[in-house]
Design a protein around this ligand. Structure first.
Ligand code: ATP
Length: 259
């Protein structure tokens, strides 16, 4: 399988400190890749480098066979990606206008914008909010708008940095269920940073554990959770003490979704 993105000897440094040092890492078409690791491990920085919001200090990022070397800013590629952060950063305007923004910037016709926004409002279950000012939404509503805004441009990769962390548990579950279905239906490749093992377990099919700016382990999510290696076990075993059943597949089906 050809990777969508490949990192080769990639480092990222700031203030004379190496923050990321990744000799080799690949992201594949259609996967939902989770990234976990302790505070300050470099997850958000990696997300920014992968989405070309930050330039790597050395090494190469190969995107669909096109090599981007350190120092280069591939502005044309940025438009193919969407980034959704924990804080939804919505603009003062209606929900409709917020979701339409990416299409407007891409000079899509008014009729097409209307059709697409209506479609994405429906998919995220927020049609009733279309005319509401986006600054006066609840956290759960705002995050639905944020995700619809990211998805409407049909990104080749969606980068998510803790988008659910501020939501209460039932709101989070409902949004994650809807979002997972949308990602699967649209076959969107997604890279998802989270501190929450339940979110990671539910949403992702591959997991990378980042510690001290390095990818210490990656593989199918359930496998990594069940078989931490010597570099990741101290981090993962802390989690597993509190959620021993997370490595049991039936847990997700029978308990997690019905909580
Ligand atoms: N521009 C910068 N200048 C200096 N240090 C930076 C810069 N960007 C990131 N760092 C440092 O790099 C390290 C990794 O930060 P990053 O935000 O990527 O970690 P993280 O894994 O996302 O952390 P958290 O889980 O706490 O959100 C931190 O020590 C941070 O202070």
């Amino acid at each position: 399988m050809n990777p969508l993105i490949e990192l080769k000897n990639m480092t990222y440094s700031a203030q004379q400190k190496t923050i990321l040092d990744i000799p080799s890492f690949k992201i594949y078409d259609g996967e939902i890749l989770g990234m976990m690791g302790p505070n300050g491990a470099g997850k958000s920085t990696l997300l920014k480098v992968l989405s070309f919001l930050e330039k790597q200090s050395s090494g190469e990022i190969v995107y669909r066979g096109r090599t981007i070397r350190s120092g280069q800013v591939p502005l044309d590629l940025r438009r193919r990606f969407s980034v959704a952060l924990q804080k939804s950063l919505l603009l003062d305007g209606t929900v409709f206008q917020n979701i339409a923004l990416g299409l407007k910037l891409r000079k899509v016709s008014k009729a097409m914008i209307k059709e697409k926004v209506t479609h994405w409002l429906e998919l995220f279950g927020i049609s009733h909010l279309a005319k509401k000012n986006a600054l006066y939404l609840s956290g759960g509503e705002a995050q639905r708008v944020n995700l619809a805004r990211a998805m409407i441009v049909e990104p080749e990769i969606l980068f998510l940095d803790e988008p659910f962390s501020a939501l209460d548990f039932p709101t989070k579950i409902r949004l994650m269920e809807d979002f997972k279905r949308i990602l699967e239906d649209t076959r969107t490749t997604a890279v998802f940073v989270s501190h929450d093992l339940m979110e990671i377990h539910y949403l992702t099919n591959r997991l990378a554990i980042i510690v001290n700016g390095q990818v210490k382990q990656s593989g199918p999510t359930t496998f990594v959770l069940e078989h931490p290696n010597t570099s990741t076990q101290s981090f993962l075993n802390e989690w597993k003490k509190f959620f021993p059943a997370l490595t049991d597949n039936s847990f997700r089906q029978e308990k997690f979704l019905k909580l």
